[in-house]
Design a protein around this ligand. Structure first.
Ligand code: ZN
Ligand code: ZN
Length: 293
C-alpha cells in the first residue's frame, strides 16, 4: 500500500519513539491507544473506560444493591415498564429526597445492614455543587420531607470524603499538575511532540529534560477538568462536562503536523483513564450511618 506523508486522522498512533520521550520518562513509554489501554486494564476498569468512550454516565450502571434489576438508564423510554425504570428516574432526578427515604427505611432495597442504596443516592448527588446540594437539602427540610438537616450529615460527610479521596489527583494544587499515575505510563503527544512541548532549559532541538512542560493546549484543558472536579467531585461531571473542553482543546493539535493524527485518540484515552481513576477513588468511599433515622 502506498503511504502518505501527511497525518491521517483515522490512522493508529505511530509507535516511533521521539527523541524527547526517553529522557523524560527514563524508559520507552507506551504509545496510548484505546485497544492497548482496554487490554491492559482490569475488567472492572475496562468497563468504566468503555462507558466513557460511549459517553454513558457511570450512574447508569446498576448498583450492587439492585443487582437483580435490569441496567439503569438516564434516557427515559416511555414504553419501558421495568422496575429499574420505575425507581431509577426518580432517584437520578432527586437523589437527595431518596437519601431521606433510604435513611428512614434502612435496607429498603438491599436488605438489613446494607447501605448500598444510601450510597447510590449519595453518589448520584455528587453531581451537585456545594451550593446546589445545600439548596436541595433546604428544600427537603422546608417541604417537610426531612425533619431537620441532621439526617443529611452522612450525605455531607460522604461528599467530603470523596473530595479527600480525589486529592491524590492533584485537584487542589494552586498550579494543578495532571496525576503522575496517568501521565507517566504513556507517551502522550502533548509531552512528546517537539513542536507542542514547551521547552525549558535547553536549546530547541536538544534533549528534553524534566523541566520541559506539556503543550499549553493540554495544560489549559487540564485546568478546565480540574475546575469541574473542584465544583463537583463526580466522575460523571468530568465525563459529561469534560467533552466540551476536550473538543475545544483539540483545535490547536489539529494544526500541528505531529499531533493532528493522534491527538483525538490520545485525548479520549486520557479522559477515559482519568475518569477510571476518579471512579475508583469515589467507589472506595462508604456512607456511614449511625443510630438510624
Ligand atoms: Zn504537536
Ligand atoms: Zn524540551
Amino acid at each position: 500500500m502506498a503511504s502518505t506523508s501527511g497525518p491521517n486522522l483515522l490512522s493508529r498512533p505511530s509507535a516511533r519513539p521521539t527523541p524527547f520521550s526517553v529522557p523524560r520518562t527514563q524508559r520507552p513509554p507506551v504509545v496510548p491507544s484505546i485497544d492497548k489501554i482496554l487490554s491492559a486494564l482490569p475488567p472492572t476498569d475496562a468497563d468504566v473506560f468503555r462507558l466513557v468512550l460511549d459517553g454513558v454516565p457511570l450512574v447508569c450502571r446498576t448498583p450492587p444493591a439492585f443487582r437483580d434489576l435490569p441496567p439503569l438508564s438516564t434516557n427515559t423510554d416511555p414504553n419501558d415498564a421495568s422496575p429499574a425504570r420505575m425507581w431509577a428516574t426518580p432517584i437520578l432526578k432527586e437523589p437527595v429526597s431518596f437519601f431521606v427515604v433510604f435513611t428512614r427505611m434502612p435496607g429498603f432495597f438491599c436488605g438489613p445492614g446494607c447501605t448500598d442504596d444510601l450510597r447510590y443516592a449519595a453518589r448520584v448527588a455528587l453531581r451537585f455543587t456545594a451550593a446546589e446540594l445545600d439548596a436541595q437539602i433546604e428544600a427537603c427540610v422546608s417541604s417537610g420531607r426531612a425533619s431537620s438537616r441532621t439526617i443529611f450529615t452522612p450525605l455531607l460527610s460522604y461528599r467530603l470524603a470523596c473530595i479527600v479521596a480525589l486529592t491524590p489527583l492533584n485537584v487542589n494544587l494552586a498550579i494543578p499538575r495532571p496525576p503522575p499515575t496517568i501521565m507517566a505510563a504513556y507517551a502522550w503527544t502533548w509531552r512528546t511532540c517537539t513542536t507542542c512541548t514547551r521547552h525549558v532549559g535547553h536549546a530547541l532541538g536538544g534533549t528534553c529534560e524534566v523541566l520541559c512542560e506539556d503543550a499549553l493546549w493540554f495544560t489549559e484543558l487540564w485546568r478546565k477538568l480540574v475546575a469541574i472536579l473542584r465544583l463537583r467531585p463526580d466522575p460523571d461531571a468530568v465525563l459529561v462536562r469534560g467533552w466540551e473542553h476536550l473538543s475545544k482543546a483539540l483545535r490547536a493539535p489539529l494544526a500541528c503536523p505531529t499531533c493532528a493524527g493522534v491527538a483525538y485518540q490520545h485525548l479520549r484515552c486520557f479522559h477515559g483513564l482519568l475518569i477510571v481513576e476518579i471512579a475508583k477513588r469515589v467507589a472506595e468511599v462508604s456512607v456511614f450511618v449511625s443510630g438510624g433515622a
